[in-house]
Write a protein that binds this ligand. Structure first.
Ligand code: GLU
Ligand code: ZN
Length: 299
């Protein structure tokens, strides 16, 4: 068995919000948190928070605890203990060791510039070179290459083969575990049945699906909500310094987020408490009302 843990079959809904502490929550991440929370709660599910702190160089000091207090201020209360990916290294490493023993990984020395020069996609350059670990990334031998899936919001998604069949990176050159490795292992570890997140991950999902299959584990269902972009077409992100949302005045942002998600909150809701707004939103939540677009421009 490649994965040292087994997915326990769960008859009930388990969802999660998985922020990286590279910055504070902004409108785009609020929308994601809210959508995953409401979908879980409307379905009488369990909602978890996982802090994806596997990239210390990009971490903003203090962001994890600020993210958690923002979630609380917005009435998004999680059900079990928060999981920090920085505490999961042993599980990631054991899984990697198993993959390597099964000859499913190899080392790769290619730089970004070299891959660009090879035409922009990595096509297995180092697969048979038998490089040792020094200054190398670890790649997965991706014999599965799932390229299509059915998204609960966006419908059928098909990715380019060059992307879906790539031997993607599990451990970065700097020795840090890669997102694809950690996210799949922890979605299994936390027994996640439903993933609701932003459309920036709509394509990487195919790699995750391949990885789930390789690990012989049923994947969760995926719902990707439209990405909030600036009028110039940039993703609202911690990296482009999207303004953090206000912890002291959650109501207007909550209402805007509900509208963004197509939920048509009544006008008078703005005068209600956070808990009342959330109660209305759980009761009336409908995934079908979320816009089937990958992006929405917000001003
Ligand atoms: N940590 C990722 C992010 O902040 C999200 C991962 C996920 O939802 O799968 O973009
Ligand atoms: Zn290489």
């Amino acid at each position: 068995m490649l994965l040292p843990i087994k997915k326990r079959p769960s008859s009930s809904y388990r969802g999660r919000f998985a922020p990286s502490p590279s910055g504070l929550l902004h409108f785009g991440s609020l929308v994601t948190a809210l959508a995953s929370f409401l979908d879980a709660k409307h379905n009488n599910g369990t909602w978890l928070v996982r802090i994806e702190d596997i990239d210390p160089p990009r971490e903003l000091k203090g962001a994890s605890s600020k993210i958690l207090s923002t979630l609380e201020a917005y009435g998004l209360h999680w059900d079990e203990e928060v999981l920090y990916q920085s505490n999961q290294s042993q599980l990631y490493q054991e899984t990697l060791n198993n993959l390597s023993k099964a000859n499913l990984t190899y080392h790769c020395a290619c730089t970004r510039a070299q891959i660009k020069a090879m035409g922009g996609t990595y096509t297995g350059h180092c697969k048979n070179l038998n490089l040792n670990a020094k200054n190398c990334a670890t790649r997965l031998i991706n014999n599965i290459g799932i390229a299509t899936y059915s998204d609960q919001i966006q419908g059928n998604i098909t990715c380019d083969k060059s992307f879906s069949e790539e031997d993607f990176i599990l451990v970065r050159k700097d020795g840090l575990f890669a997102y694809q490795l950690a996210v799949v292992i922890d979605d299994v570890y936390q027994n996640i049945t439903h993933v609701v997140r932003g459309c920036d991950l709509i394509e990487p999902t195919v790699r995750q699906l391949s990885f789930f299959q390789l690990l012989d584990t049923p994947p969760p269902s995926y719902s990707h909500i439209p990405l909030a972009v600036t009028p110039e077409g940039y993703k609202l992100s911690k990296q482009n310094k999207a303004p953090a949302i206000n912890n002291n005045l959650p109501q207007p942002a909550l209402i805007s987020a509900l509208k963004y998600l197509g939920q048509q909150p009544p006008e008078e809701l703005i005068n209600y408490s956070v808990d009342q707004i959330i109660a209305w939103a759980i009761k009336h939540w409908s995934l079908d009302k979320v816009t089937k677009k990958q992006q929405i421009v917000i001003n």
